[in-house]
Design a protein. Structure first.
Length: 94
């Protein structure tokens, strides 16, 4: 495995303690391995958040592009009331 660049990192004592505990418990071979895993997890989380945001934007765009007429607040409330009533009915049957 190629060697990476050496850097200096300052961590809060409790963070460093948690990393060292993971290494001592055998979860990781070294502090370096634990930090590599943490960075990969952060990158994965950021990627998933970006995908979620893209999906939300797409839903908003579809909603804005929807040619159907807007609902009034009363119509929305009626729909929600009906949905909650149906859900409550299903819950009571279960």
């Amino acid at each position: 495995m190629p060697r990476g660049e050496t850097i200096s990192v300052t961590m809060a004592p409790e963070t460093l303690r948690a990393v060292r505990e993971r290494v001592e418990a055998g979860e990781y071979a070294s502090v370096d391995a634990a930090l590599d895993d943490a960075v990969r997890a952060l990158q994965r989380q950021r990627r998933e958040e970006a995908e979620d945001l893209d999906a939300i934007r797409a839903r908003i765009r579809r909603s804005l592009d929807d040619p159907r007429p807007d609902l009034s607040s009363a119509e929305v409330q009626d729909e929600l009331d009906m949905m909650f009533a149906e859900a409550e009915h299903e819950f009571r049957r279960a």
